[in-house]
Design a protein around this ligand. Structure first.
Ligand code: ADE
Ligand code: ZN
Length: 358
């Protein structure tokens, strides 16, 4: 029985017809509207570990955390850049020990995502971050996969799993893990590339992506989160990825923007993440509106929501507040997420119809 319901509780949704006209004028849009139908394409499952769940799993596994209580842990959530976040993100994974732990974390995310309107989720996990702690591949993969296997019945969310590789480790390590995943016939649909970006360009992983492509896997990679546009170009030209995770730094290269627009390349943007990791100064400085205006295929995603102050609904809510996005733009962003997913054409049509109220 889990006891972390509060940590995963969604903001209460009020149907408009339940409100008086006065209340309707006062209520915030995110409370009044039914959740927008979206696909979440950029989500690290280990980044959904809420502080309450970290303490619960630590107690269950007899692990002593280096924080006395929740407040002390939350006090560490002040990041100066990507690396300062990654240090805490990897340290907190110590509480994940058993298949049950991975399954509970995944179900907690799905519970919260369903309330946020997520109807399809492509979930990244970092197998190397668990292997290096002595956790077998089967434990992390089977734990997450067991929760995903019933995600449609249990949460109304279609899901698929992305094995993400740590770019600050060697390509040999990544190749070994990919081989092991393929040998165990792991239920993965795609591979990704994450962790410390600057100094670890996509070109370092050319053989890994070629092998994954040959195995029939879909391809995505983080690029242009902190590193310059050349990383995005390498991910496209050398790795042959279909999607770019983040990609905000493309705005520094007008020629690249033109190419991304022409090729309709999906960019899975994570606004609250970019603020918390200081890729941008404030949300008001975020390039998302300019990216939309340029005609880029951008979607809104939550990245590591337990660390960055909000799930996908909160990302949309804050964007609406700061930028006064039109309903048209909000629906366009949601449609981009669905169209950019690796879901079947049938599922995409189903979700687009739902988004359009058909
Ligand atoms: N791993 C988890 N979150 C990440 C991010 N935002 N960038 C790179 N690697 C990550
Ligand atoms: Zn990410």
């Amino acid at each position: 029985m889990n006891t972390f319901a509060d940590a995963t509780a969604a903001p209460e949704t009020i149907a408009p017809e339940e409100l008086t006209e006065e209340e309707l004028t006062e209520a915030q849009p995110a409370e009044v509207l039914r959740p927008l139908t979206v696909a979440e394409l950029h989500l690290h499952i280990e980044g959904t570990l809420e502080p309450e769940l970290i303490f619960e799993l630590a107690a269950r596994n007899g692990i002593t955390l280096p924080y006395a209580d929740l407040d002390e842990l939350r006090g560490r959530y002040e990041f100066t850049d990507l690396q300062s976040f990654l240090d805490l993100y990897y340290a907190n994974m110590a509480v994940l020990q058993t298949e049950q732990d991975f399954a509970d974390m995944t179900r907690a995310y799905l519970t919260r995502a369903a309330a946020a309107g997520v109807r399809h989720a492509e979930i990244m996990m970092d197998p190397q971050a668990h292997l290096s702690r002595g956790i077998p591949l089967e434990t992390c993969v089977n734990g997450v996969a067991s929760a995903l296997a019933t995600s449609v019945e249990d949460f109304g969310i279609s899901t698929l799993l992305i094995a993400a590789f740590l770019r600050d480790l060697s390509e040999e390590s990544a190749l070994e893990v990919l081989d092991a995943l393929l040998a165990m016939d792991a239920p993965i649909a795609a591979i990704g590339l994450d962790s410390a970006e600057v100094g670890n360009p996509p070109s370092k992983f050319e053989r890994l992506f070629a092998k994954a492509r040959a195995a029939g896997l879909r391809l995505t990679a983080h690029a242009g989160e902190e590193a310059p546009p050349s990383y995005i170009i390498e991910a496209l030209d050398i790795l042959g990825v279909e999607r770019i995770d983040h990609g905000i730094r493309c705005m520094d290269d007008p020629e690249l923007v033109e190419r991304l627009v022409d090729e309709r390349t999906p960019l899975t943007v994570c606004p609250l993440s970019n603020v918390r990791l200081r890729a941008v100064d404030t949300l008001a400085d975020h390039p998302l509106p300019a990216m939309l205006a340029a005609g880029l295929n951008v979607s809104v995603n939550s990245d590591d929501p337990a660390y960055f102050g909000g799930y996908v609904d909160e990302n949309f809510a804050q964007l609406r507040t700061v930028f006064e996005l039109s309903e048209f733009d909000v629906v366009r962003l949601a449609a981009h997420s669905i169209n950019s997913s690796f879901a079947s054409e049938e599922r995409k049509t189903e979700l687009l119809n739902e988004l359009n109220g058909v």
